[in-house]
Design a protein around this ligand. Structure first.
Ligand code: AMP
Ligand code: MG
Length: 278
C-alpha cells in the first residue's frame, strides 16, 4: 500500500528538496508490483468517475507542476489511460497569450476549473506565476510575493464550492533531468520541442528549487495540499499519483442519484413497449 501521508506537505512545513530523495520505491517491492497496483487503481478510478459524473455535484482538480522532463505529460498518459476520456478536462498552461496577459493571472486558471462531475487536470497551472514569473523576473518581487495569499484564497473558494484540489510536485533530481534532456536530443519524437533554453533553465536550478520550496511551504493547505512525488522512477511517480486520485475519489464517495421513483412501473412500461413493437 502507498503511504500518501508521507508525501504530503503538512501546512506550515517547509520541505528541503535537496534532502528528499527523488529516487524512491514508495514501499513497493518491484516495478511489476507498481504496475499491477497502477492497473487496479485505474480500474477503480474509472468506476468512481462514473459516479462522480452521475452525481454531478462535485469535481476534482489535479495540479501537476515540476521541472522540464519531470514527467507531467507522461503522468497524465499513464495514469488516465483506461479511464473514460469523457471524465476529463485537461489543460496545458504555456506562456500567456495576449488575451491572457490582458487579465489578472488567475483568470485563465479559474476559467479552466473542471465542471461539476469532472476531473480536471492542470499540466502547469497558476503556480507558474510564482515560479517562472519569479525566477525569470517577469514581475517584481513585490508582485509575486502577494500571490501566495491570492492562490490560497482562490483554492479555498474552489474547495468550499465543491472542487477537491490536489497538487503534485513531480520531484526529479538534476542528474535525472540531464539524462532525460540528453536522451531527447536523439529521439525524433521528442527533439522537435527541445530548445537551448531547456538547457539554460537548468542553470537556474537553485533558484527554481527555492521557488518550489516557497510554493510548497506557503500553499500546502488543509483544503488543497501539495504532495512531493518522487519522480526519478516513472512507475513510482505514476502509482503515487493514481493512488492520490483514487483516494480523493473515495473520500468524496460520490453517489449515483436515486433513479425514478417507481422502477416497477418502468419495467411494466418497457415490457409493454417491447410487446407493442414485437
Ligand atoms: P511546456 O509545458 O513544455 O509546453 O512549456 C510551457 C512553457 O510555458 C514553460 O516554459 C512555462 O514556463 C511557460 N509558462 C507557463 N505559464 C507561464 C506564465 N504564467 N508565465 C510565463 N511563462 C509561462
Ligand atoms: Mg512539458
Amino acid at each position: 500500500m502507498i503511504d500518501l501521508d508521507q508525501h504530503r506537505v503538512k501546512p506550515g512545513d517547509r520541505p528541503n528538496l535537496s534532502e528528499i530523495p527523488a529516487r524512491q520505491d514508495a514501499g513497493l517491492d518491484s516495478k511489476a508490483d507498481g504496475e499491477a497496483l497502477l492497473a487496479s487503481n485505474v480500474e477503480r478510478i474509472d468506476e468512481l468517475q462514473g459516479r462522480l459524473w452521475a452525481e454531478g455535484r462535485r469535481s476534482i482538480l489535479l495540479v501537476l507542476q515540476g521541472m522540464d522532463t519531470s514527467g507531467k505529460d507522461g503522468t497524465i498518459r499513464k495514469v488516465f489511460t483506461g479511464v473514460n476520456p469523457a471524465a476529463f478536462e485537461i489543460h496545458q498552461f504555456g506562456v500567456p497569450g495576449p488575451h491572457e496577459i490582458a487579465q489578472d493571472y488567475l483568470w485563465r486558471a479559474h476559467a479552466r476549473v473542471p465542471r461539476r462531475g469532472r476531473i480536471g487536470i492542470f499540466n502547469r497551472s497558476h503556480y507558474e506565476d510564482v515560479l517562472v514569473a519569479r525566477v525569470a523576473k517577469l514581475v517584481e518581487k513585490s508582485v509575486w510575493k502577494r500571490r501566495y495569499d491570492h492562490i490560497n484564497d482562490f483554492e479555498r473558494m474552489l474547495h468550499d464550492e465543491g472542487t477537491s484540489v490536489v497538487k503534485c510536485f513531480l520531484h526529479i533530481s538534476r542528474e535525472e533531468q540531464f539524462e532525460r534532456l540528453n536522451a531527447r536530443i536523439d529521439d525524433p519524437r521528442k527533439n522537435w520541442k527541445l530548445s537551448p533554453s531547456d538547457f539554460t533553465a537548468r542553470a537556474d536550478w537553485p533558484e527554481y528549487r527555492e521557488a518550489y520550496e516557497d510554493m510548497l511551504a506557503r500553499c500546502s493547505t488543509k483544503q488543497a495540499p501539495w504532495y512531493v512525488v518522487p519522480a526519478d522512477r516513472k512507475w513510482v511517480r505514476n502509482v503515487i499519483v493514481s493512488q492520490l486520485i483514487l483516494d480523493t475519489l473515495e473520500k468524496i464517495d460520490p453517489k449515483y442519484p436515486k433513479g425514478v421513483e417507481d422502477l416497477e412501473a418502468l419495467r411494466t412500461f418497457a415490457r409493454d413497449h417491447r410487446d407493442a413493437n414485437g
